[in-house]
Ligand binder design. Structure first.
Ligand code: GLC
Length: 428
């Protein structure tokens, strides 16, 4: 071998050694990276509306204790369902992966599922698990034969009343209005009732309750059935209630109503069960002075028809941590998680057995009496086009409430809009 070829051979060997070292060290590095990432906590983002109760914080604490390798960052959105909806539509339609788990209003499932924004959970939320849940909320997370979320809590409209002023709650809207007129001023009250009169989803719930409780309806299958004297008469009740409410009621959302009621200014309040723990909190001026009754009925109706609400947990299809996201969903919706929500948030469980749980009932004693009303609460129209339908209802119910149009005109406008929406969407 000549000098030149010797040098070449050594150079080649050196290169080989270098390549080998590089290979080993890169292998070594990648193993190191993997093992570090295994030990390093993964952070998932849970996006939900602002919680006025301690429930969300307690759930996250309990979850992180159980799963020390998963941290949860709570991304707090505004309180109103509509604002949350709009922010998800913007983020999810752009394929945003920064949200892992999202709290979804019961009315969004068909829209979000049809838009393909969620991870299907058929294999995770198994039949065995579903059997422990109330059937209504499970139906509400099912669309097109698949499961798109897991029910976190259910909701139904209820009537809060001051039991230090009213001994027996009203069964009809007429009785309620009369009782309010006869008793206003007692116990420091200034108003008959507070409810959700702002132009948003909460108003749709309140309006559909007065309409339903007077025998009215919105849709039967694909047929728009809202234009009836019962629906017009039902909506008229909401205008009558506004006359015994604070002048600002046409801007009230849930928390505005609760604050006025909690300050002791109103005899009645239409709200959801979450308000119970807050109006009975240690800092509440009306602690222990509150009763809860079913939504009253109208003169042309059979029974009060509480609106069905509720919140579910879905996983963003673009989540980079679907397994960790599922662990969080599984925990929050488990019996343990829902018990925390029931005790700390006063929200109605979707797991049946919790309605027999002693601690839960001690904290929410009215649940056994109102159970039937809860489980027969009336769903809003279930369709991917619900946002468009709700827009029309929000606008027209609000115009009627502020006196811009009559209840009859509001109902006619909604009838026309809903028919147009069904016709146009059917063509797509
Ligand atoms: C409650 C209900 C939800 C409803 C909303 C309206 O959060 O659970 O379903 O859409 O109120 O404000």
């Amino acid at each position: 071998m000549g000098k030149k070829s010797k040098i070449m051979t050594s150079l080649v060997s050196l290169m080989l050694v270098l390549v080998l070292i590089a290979g080993c060290s890169s292998k070594g590095n990648s193993t190191a990276t993997n093992s570090t990432s295994k030990n390093e906590p993964v952070t998932i983002t849970y996006s939900a509306g602002k919680d006025s109760t301690p429930a969300t914080q307690k759930l996250v604490e309990a979850f992180e204790q159980k799963y020390p390798n998963i941290k949860v960052k709570v991304q707090e959105l505004p309180n109103s369902s509509d604002d949350q909806h709009n922010s998800y539509v913007t983020a999810l339609s752009a394929g945003d992966s920064s949200i892992d788990v999202l709290a979804m209003d019961i009315i969004w499932t068909p829209e979000f599922a049809a838009a393909n924004w969620l991870l299907p959970l058929d294999d995770k939320f198994t039949q065995e698990m579903r059997d422990k849940f109330l059937s209504g909320p499970v139906e509400a997370v099912t669309y097109d034969g698949h499961i798109w979320a897991v029910p976190r809590f259910t909701d139904a409209g209820v009537l809060y009343y001051r039991k230090d002023i009213i001994s027996t709650p009203p069964k009809t809207w007429e009785e309620l209005i009369q009782m309010a007129k006869d008793n206003v001023g007692k116990g420091g009250t200034k108003y008959g009732i507070v409810f959700q009169g702002n132009q948003y989803e909460g108003l749709v719930c309140d309006a559909l309750e007065v309409i339903g409780s007077n025998g009215g309806n919105v849709l039967e299958g694909d047929k728009v059935t809202i234009n009836t004297p019962q629906a017009v008469g039902g909506l008229q009740y909401l205008l009558d209630l506004a006359k015994i409410a604070p002048p600002g009621v046409t801007t009230y959302q849930e928390e505005d109503a609760r604050n006025v009621f909690q300050q002791g200014e109103a005899i009645f309040m239409r709200n959801w069960p979450y308000a119970w723990s807050l109006v009975n909190g240690d800092d509440s001026p009306i602690k222990d002075k509150v009763g809860i009754a079913p939504i009253p009925k109208g003169k042309d109706g059979q029974a009060g028809t509480p609106a069905l609400g509720g919140w579910n947990l879905g996983i963003n299809k673009y989540s980079k941590h679907p397994e960790e996201a599922w662990k969080f969903v599984e925990f929050v919706t488990s019996e343990e998680g829902q018990k925390i929500t029931a005790l700390e948030g006063g929200n109605l469980p979707t797991i049946k057995s919790l309605y027999q749980d002693k601690d839960v009932l001690a904290k929410n004693p009215y649940w056994s009496d109102l159970y039937d009303a809860f489980i027969t609460a009336k769903p809003r129209p279930v369709t991917p086009f619900y946002p468009q339908m709700s827009d029309s209802m929000q606008i027209n119910f609000h115009k009627a409430l502020t006196g811009e149009i009559t209840p009859q005109q509001a109902i006619q406008n909604i009838e026309k809009d809903l028919n147009d929406i069904i016709k146009n969407e059917g063509k797509k």
